[in-house]
Design a protein around this ligand. Structure first.
Ligand SMILES: NC(=O)c1ccc[n+]([C@@H]2O[C@H](COP(=O)([O-])OP(=O)(O)OC[C@H]3O[C@@H](n4cnc5c(N)ncnc54)[C@H](OP(=O)(O)O)[C@@H]3O)[C@@H](O)[C@H]2O)c1
Length: 258
């Protein structure tokens, strides 16, 4: 009898890195559970993955800012989930006090609360089966305090980084892994949503990766059970610098306003 396909649940699958995860995981024979708010985009990806690679697909329309969303996703998702990709996210552009608390709360729900809760909800099944992996999409921004306008973004990504590194220690020897990846500038819709594309006109193409490149490196990290991976050679250079700069110098560099 042939083995059933493994199944991946990807949040933020309607665009960018999440969409690229969907196509690449389907190519590798994963059945897909695709989560985001835009139904039509998800349905289109589901069709493409089914047609090209013959995998089973499920679409769950959910706003991760809603407190009940992770529980509903767990209840509706076909089981078992072998790979959870916590990818959904967006950026910030205004300074801390120029943004309403309601907007901050929405941000923290999507970027911190939902991925942490989904991890809490889906890990027990993986542990019961003695296999599975959680993949968190953090950012290079997790490695240093944010520049003005990036206050909660850097903090949220740093939370995901530390949370995942800590959880890795608890999962050691269980057969279940966790990886957190830190991409730098990536060609997606992210900077259009955040309206920060013009601020990045200084960045040479050598600092950018495609979503497909990020996904290939992330899945390599999963295969190797690497806990933390900064994607892209130039980003690894930046990360090295960030780790070695004296904190006072990095803070003063980052405090420059755009
Ligand atoms: N692009 C970069 O330069 C970069 C760099 C480092 C890290 N990252 C991280 O990579 C991840 C993916 O971003 P991306 O670059 O692929 O951006 P993107 O192209 O804008 O895609 C973001 C995805 O997140 C989903 N999403 C946003 N808010 C959501 C909500 N409330 N509920 C459910 N889904 C939601 C969007 O779907 P809907 O709008 O359909 O809901 C979309 O599928 C993010 O966590 C981001 O922080 C990006």
């Amino acid at each position: 009898m042939s083995q059933p396909n493994r199944r991946a649940l990807i949040t933020g699958a309607s665009a960018g890195i999440g969409r690229a995860f969907g196509m690449e995981l389907a190519r590798r024979g994963y059945d897909l559970v695709l989560v985001a708010r835009r139904r039509q985009r998800l349905a289109q990806l589901a069709e493409e993955a089914k047609d090209e690679f013959g995998v089973t697909t499920q679409v769950i329309v959910a706003d991760l800012a809603e407190p009940g969303a992770p529980m509903r996703i767990r209840a509706e998702a076909d089981a078992p989930i072998d790979l959870l990709v916590n990818n959904a996210g967006f950026g910030t552009s205004k300074e801390f006090l120029d943004t309403s608390w309601t907007a901050h709360e929405t941000f923290l729900r999507v970027m911190v609360h939902a991925p942490t809760e989904l991890t809490h909800l889906l890990l027990p099944g993986m542990l019961e089966r003695g296999s599975g992996h959680v993949l968190q999409i953090a950012s290079l921004a997790a490695l240093l305090p944010g520049a003005p306008g990036n206050t909660l973004y850097a903090a949220a990504k740093a939370f995901m980084l530390r949370f995942s590194e800590s959880l890795a220690a608890e999962l050691a020897g269980t057969g279940v892994g966790i990886s957190v990846i830190c991409p730098g500038l990536t060609h997606t819709e992210f900077h259009d949503v955040t309206q920060t594309r013009d601020d990045l006109s200084w960045a040479p193409e050598s600092l950018w990766q495609s979503a497909e490149e990020v996904v290939a490196e992330a899945l390599r990290a999963v295969e190797r059970n690497e806990v933390v991976r900064v994607t892209g050679r130039s980003n690894r250079g930046v990360a090295w610098l960030m780790r070695h700069l004296p904190p006072t110098l990095s803070r003063s560099l980052l405090s420059q306003r755009r």
